[in-house]
Design a protein around this ligand. Sequence first.
Ligand SMILES: [Zn+2]
Length: 196
Amino acid sequence: MSQRLLYPSVADIFASQVVKDSFQKAWDDSFPTPETCREQGGFIYADGEGFRTFHISWAPPGAMESQSRREIDPTKSLSINLTTPILPDSASANAVLVATFHTHPLSPDAGGNEHPSNADMDNAYYRRMPGFVVSRSVLYYYNRVPGDEESDHRRRKTDNPNGYPRWAEGEFVEPQGAFLAGKIKWRPTSASNQRD
Ligand SMILES: [Zn+2]
């Protein structure tokens, strides 16, 4: 019989105060000065009974940019890099990576995009891992393609628990272009350096 581990859903993850506090901290840290902003975020791990104890680790922030305008330079990526998950110090060795999160701090008025980008959603597919985007108006979550039996936004696959699940030899198929993205009615408290 095949076992299916019930990793936490988006709702389970968001119910955690540890997670909510980290989303707020990510937002606060996204505005280093009244002129600048940068993406902040990291990794959500779960362990303990039913994988309902959550732990956070942080990725290096994205590149600094002006809060007042989007630099138009397609050769330059300002996005945070979530390529390398880090097991949090507080987590046990068998903790499971269950989601990533990052902020989109640049205001839409300055050319920013609050919604998960195409690159974010592609990454969720390639990495087989749901993600959250913290924006000034709402919390977004996103995952794989519709029709996937794991489209309840849980982590897909059980191998490589401390990192992104691997694609087996010959298993990979190109994404079909449609990704799930949803919203949770939650937004961070404005950061002290945030210009709106
Ligand atoms: Zn993004």
